[in-house]
Design a protein around this ligand. Structure first.
Ligand SMILES: *Cc1c(COP(=O)(O)O)cnc(C)c1O
Length: 217
């Protein structure tokens, strides 16, 4: 699919596009940048830091991988949104590093919606605990701006749809909170294979790589 066609479709649906550029060279990012794309997603800290230093300063970098606490410091100066916040300990560290750079760092809480064990994320109890804690006692340099999830890698459409539905229900449950620490704006769900269904189920932000850049090697 061409970038222009996808971008037009998503604009029409009022869904934000994060172009997932992991493993892609800087030139491929610049090609989309030249067509107007500003939000890019990366999974690996070192790769993100390298690309950020080489590429235009108005790119909004999304960290969509699994973030280790000891690596937060490398991306804290510039990261726009951390999609994979999955523990209070990690969020505390993001707050600490945000403080050093005098920034409020946006985070999405990652929820484990797939049946696959390998995927990261919070279960419903942990999610409830963290949202409650940050609502009652906001951290000054973190704003929880919504949820992120990855559905099962499966041909079973009903299963994938139900996983997206569950995430949307959780999003709605907390969407009314207006605290300094928690204010939901984004529901990040949907990738190349399942973004159409994710949008049908209420996604506001899709993370798309291979459909735009071709299959990763
Ligand atoms: C790689 C990745 C994507 C994009 O996957 P595609 O299938 O290439 O669109 C989206 N989200 C996360 C968390 C990823 O790691």
């Amino acid at each position: 699919m061409t970038y222009a066609a996808l971008a037009a479709q998503l604009t029409e649906q009022e869904v934000e596009l994060v172009a997932v550029s992991k493993i892609q060279p800087a030139a491929a990012i610049l090609a989309l940048y030249g067509q107007g794309q500003r939000d890019f997603g990366e999974n690996y800290v070192q790769e993100l830091v390298d690309k950020q230093s080489q590429l235009p300063g108005d790119i909004r970098w999304h960290f969509i991988g699994h973030l280790q606490t000891n690596k937060v410091k490398y991306i804290a100066p510039f990261v726009h949104l951390v999609h994979g916040a999955d523990s209070y300990k990690l969020i505390k560290e993001i707050d600490k590093q945000g403080r050093k750079h005098n920034r409020v760092i946006g985070c999405l809480l990652q929820v484990h919606i797939a049946q696959e064990e390998t995927k990261f994320g919070l279960d419903e109890n942990e999610l409830d605990e963290i949202v409650g804690r940050l609502t009652a006692a906001p951290l000054e340099h973190v704003r929880v701006a919504g949820l992120m999830g990855m559905a099962s890698f499966s041909d079973d459409q009903d299963k994938v749809r139900n996983e997206f539905r569950r995430l949307k229900r959780l999003f709605d449950k907390y969407a009314g909170i207006q605290s300094a620490g928690v204010r939901f704006e984004h529901l990040s769900m949907g990738m190349s294979a399942d973004y159409t269904m994710a949008i049908e189920e209420g996604s506001t932000m899709v993370r798309i790589g291979s459909l735009l850049f071709g299959q990763r090697k």
